[in-house]
Write a protein that binds this ligand. Structure first.
Ligand code: ADP
Ligand code: MG
Length: 259
């Protein structure tokens, strides 16, 4: 069965303040959905709530991956079920090397008794790093420590490639990337596109979508999806900005605002 990911009426609060005010979204395997929107409209909150970040309380709604209740799962179970988030601001972890981290993550995803052999892991990791034009020394560096913005983003894509998730969420993977790095990251994403995997690409700018063609584009404002369309919607946003959407919908302040 091809992957089916569904969000229904999702509301989420941070420290008692409601940020997500009812999100509905359906992603089928093989599809790329882009969520675009100005800053402070709840895009990263959606990503964090879906991954089960403890700070983001889900107050209403349902999320299912292939019929399974995602909201019932802990963070590790979500990863095992095939959810993956490339974060806008990846954490640095001193004392844990990139390769240790990746192997642990892969084995957690594969489950007990099905661990990847060291040789196979190294071979896969080397292959993917080559595709991403990453220096092999990054294997032995502490996770994200001292990585540049672009190196962190490539490393997130490396994780995605090795973990082979069912639903990939990329949160502003394009920020901080120069044009060469953007192309490499986009090629990495495109190589992972298949019938069994859905993508939710969160981005402020349209430029990534020149390389990774979305099937559906959604605009987020005030913690809601306020407009959806095809790739032409992203092009219009690139050309004209977000003001026309606000005018069309009578929105004065697009951010989630002060509660
Ligand atoms: P976007 O990713 O669209 O720029 P965010 O989801 O990061 O927006 O933020 C939406 C709103 O939620 C903002 O008002 C932001 O200040 C608030 N917010 C997000 N994360 C936190 C947090 N950890 N603590 C407090 N407020 C937060
Ligand atoms: Mg954000």
């Amino acid at each position: 069965m091809s992957t089916q990911f569904e969000i229904r009426g999702l509301k989420s609060s941070i420290e008692g303040k409601e940020i997500l005010k009812g999100i509905d979204l359906k992603i089928q395997g093989g599809e790329v959905h882009a969520i675009m929107g100005p800053n402070g409209t709840g895009k990263s909150t959606l990503a964090s709530a879906l991954m089960g970040h403890p700070k983001y309380e889900v107050t209403e709604g349902e999320v299912t991956l292939n019929g399974e209740d995602v909201l019932e799962m802990g963070v590790d179970e979500r990863a095992r079920a095939g959810l993956f988030l490339a974060m806008q601001y990846p954490s640095e972890i001193t004392g844990v090397t990139n390769s240790d981290f990746l192997r642990t993550a892969i084995n957690a995803r594969r489950g007990e008794g099905n661990e990847i052999s060291l040789i196979k892991f190294i071979r896969q990791m080397e292959g993917k790093m080559k595709e991403l034009e990453m220096n092999p020394e990054f294997m032995h560096r502490y996770l994200n420590e001292g990585f540049s913005g672009g190196e962190k983003k490539r490393n997130e894509i490396l994780q995605m490639m090795l973990l082979e998730p069912k639903l990939v969420i990329l949160d502003e993977i394009d920020s901080g990337l120069d044009i060469d790095a953007l192309r490499i990251v986009a090629e990495g994403v495109n190589a992972m596109r298949n019938e069994d995997r859905g993508f939710l690409i969160i981005t402020h700018y349209q430029r990534l979508l020149n390389y990774v063609k979305p099937d559906h584009v959604h605009v987020m404002m005030q913690g809601r999806i306020v407009k959806s369309g095809g790739p032409e919607l992203a092009e219009r946003l690139e050309a004209d900005g977000y003001d026309w959407v606000k005018e069309e919908l009578g929105i004065v302040d697009e951010t989630v605002g002060q509660a």
